[in-house]
Design a protein around this ligand. Sequence first.
Ligand code: OFO
Length: 171
Amino acid sequence: MLNEKMEKALNEQINRELYSSYLYLSMGAYSSSIGLSGFTHWFKVQVKEETIHGMKIFDYINRQGGRVRLKEIKEPPVEFGTPIEMFRKTLQHEQFITRSINDLVDLARSEKDETTASFLQWYVEEQVEEEENDKEIIDKLKIAGENKEALSALDAELAKRLPPKDEEESI
Ligand code: OFO
């Protein structure tokens, strides 16, 4: 079972995950507006990933007999600058999410809630992957520099991103 403090903190994390989804949807729209349809595809896959992250917590709260309380999702920015600036913002956001997951783990441990601490381990590992993906793209964008052909090749590569593996099981 979840205590009140833990339930509130998990509900806040659902909101952060759904905001991530909304933020990446906005980045996908921006990418389309600057002619990078492969980037749009990459962000659309990321939108699904973030929805899954939110839904896993939704399911966990329900299974633990807690109460999901959805809050307003704040409006994301509309403009993101150059592709590398946009991915730097993506990485910064993921680093913020990593800190919030670590805070949740600390809270679960201080509340002696081993079940939730163990549930959160999936997120701890997932955040390594999330940050790694962004860093890899930033590195590729650094190499591409001002070279339009290299940017176009990266756009084609991002267009091939596969949908999340656990899409069906989580929603
Ligand atoms: Fe849910 O990991 Fe990104 O935000």
